[in-house]
Design a protein around this ligand. Sequence first.
Ligand code: GLN
Ligand code: ZN
Length: 747
Amino acid sequence: MSTSTAFGQSTVLGYPRIGANRELKNAVEAYWAGRIDADHLEKTAAGLRAEVWRTLANARLDAIPSNTFSYYDHMLDTAVAVGAIPGRFARLGLSPLDTYFAMARGVDAEPALELTKWFDTNYHYLVPEIGPDTVFTANPTKALREYTEARELGITTRPVLVGPGTFLLLAKGNDPFARLDDLVEAYAGILTALAQVGVAWVQLDEPAYVVDRSPAEIDALHRAYTRLGEIAPRPRIFVATYFGELGDALPALLDTPVEAIGLDLVAGPGNLDRLAAAGPLRGKTIVAGLVDGRNIWRSDLRAAVAAGATVTALADHIAVSTSCSLLHLPVDLAVETHLDPDLHARLAFARQKVDEVVLLGRALRDRTAHLPAPLPPAPTKWRHDDVRGRLAALRPADRQRGDYANRAAAQQQRLELPELPTTTIGSFPQTAELRKVRAAYRAGTLDDADYRSRMRAEVEHVIRLQEELGLDVLVHGEPERNDMVQYFGEQLDGFAATEHGWVQSYGSRCVRPPIIYGDVARKAPMTVEWSIYAQSLTSKPVKGMLTGPVTILAWSFVRTDQPLSDTADQVALALRDECHDLEAAGIRVIQVDEPALRETLPLRRADQNAYLDWAVGAFRLATSGVADDTQIHTHLCYSEFGEVINAIAALDADVTSIEASRSKMEVLDDLAAIGYCRGVGPGVWDIHSPRVPSRDEVVEALVRAGAVVPAPRLWVNPDCGLKTRGYPEVETSLRHLVAAAAEVRQN
Ligand code: GLN
Ligand code: ZN
């Protein structure tokens, strides 16, 4: 074992890797486009890594992570580190870098690894494909290189890898978890290689153990870390957990030779009690995640010191850390110069969280250390007493529409739709031209009148196209929306937008989530102008298009000084008023998208019902103020609906469009099983690829769907919005979709 044994008093579990100005995004995209070569890309990457280490060292953080950089994703990096490159990619015969990008993005003949959400965050990882014949081998190259690079800068680091348990629990294939013992030997090889160059500590991330796990899975974790503990020589092992409470996995881990365990005390406050119940923690370092690594608010450092003191009393050593990797935060608040100073004073981005951790580490050692004063209460200008009054006066009836049978009859009479009505999910292709127009408007080089006339021309084009194609319920195409949450955030009180607050979503894709800091209130109608204009061009119904309260919260940084459910209801009231205005303007169909309903589901089953109650309640508050003959649609994107199937029904939308083409319509069986009896539009065209479905394929999908859902309730639509697609494939695909519906109607 290495001679240097102390963990240090302060650390972070990871840091944003895209660069302060998204340099990594620009570099990898330039490499993909052939504008720069691998050497150039590698130099840019090394520069970004050095910048992160220097930043952390200059902040006086004393335990600095490495191997947290990634060209695309840390799960993919771990797959490469343990040799889990599926044969279909290895066979391509590409360079290691291009094999890596082939796994991430696919190549002509080989689709990419599946992309899925990283726990309950908005980050997406690549799902390793593990089978009985995966041959695990230790490939420590990347971890060694980063460690050595940092050392050359005079900075000692702690290499980070996803741990073996989490790696397999998140993998797919034929029982990947059964391969744990083999995989652990590959990790043993990596640990040995790291020890040989003098690595003192390694961090293995095991967030999968804050989710409900079976006793067998917990036993396996115990076995894995007992085995890794036996290896000699090896670095000291720090097992990091985050996003919630570790539960029964905590005593199991404490019973292994690992030297340090990380606990998220922000998302998992119960971890403290569990730690106390575990008895004396001889020889263990507890890495206390006291600073929220996922939200942008400054910490209450005095409360954090108190929690830290509790840990100090229990463990031999304590280190202070962020609750999780800072990957989920924008890089630096210092560059945000346009925020309200009262808001700015309350914020901390990744760089500022590092300072908080350092301060806390000092304060825990030296109780006389100076801590900044807690923030004064939020200014009253952020309060909306009218909104609070409405919230307080809400009754159950405000979340309840009339009987569905009456609604369906009234809507049919008013809309006169054919059987198997055809529609789309909302957006039409966002062309480069459109983006340019929006950017020019934003920059002030295009005035309001010009902007509006350009957007109107686009709406007209989209309406004409849909009429020509013969769709039944039309959309305006959403050309004015940069993003389905940001668009509303920019128009509501209580929201702020950052200028540079980019956060990695997956690969080179970054998002800039709005901040909900105060009471939410609608200043003026947000979408009505566009809907009215679109409806004026056609006699067919045009759908109003809104983003639901749960999705708006899920894709924002949300205030923590009141329950999420209250903030959701405030957003819902704003949307309810918008529905009312749309209705008054003659809009007969309104779609309220909730793609994040499933995404935001709490990780532990015990917390899920409470969440679904308020989430469904907020949606219903937004949508139940309309008349019986106004048709409410909702749309959900993701395909694992199992746990939320009852909640989908409870939304009480008249029509639900849902991702189904990849799951082969299974979701319809699940809906049938719970007696769902309202309209449903299973996506018959997978819009996530440029492939055009043939008419026969759509017919086949409709016949399959028709076997479960009777014709009067079955809708025909793509999987999701068309904004990422191009016009040529959209036109042909929609033509096939309309023709297929006509054919199935005949039979
Ligand atoms: N109405 C949105 C669109 O069509 C829905 C997008 C989504 O569900 N993610 O783009
Ligand atoms: Zn969707």
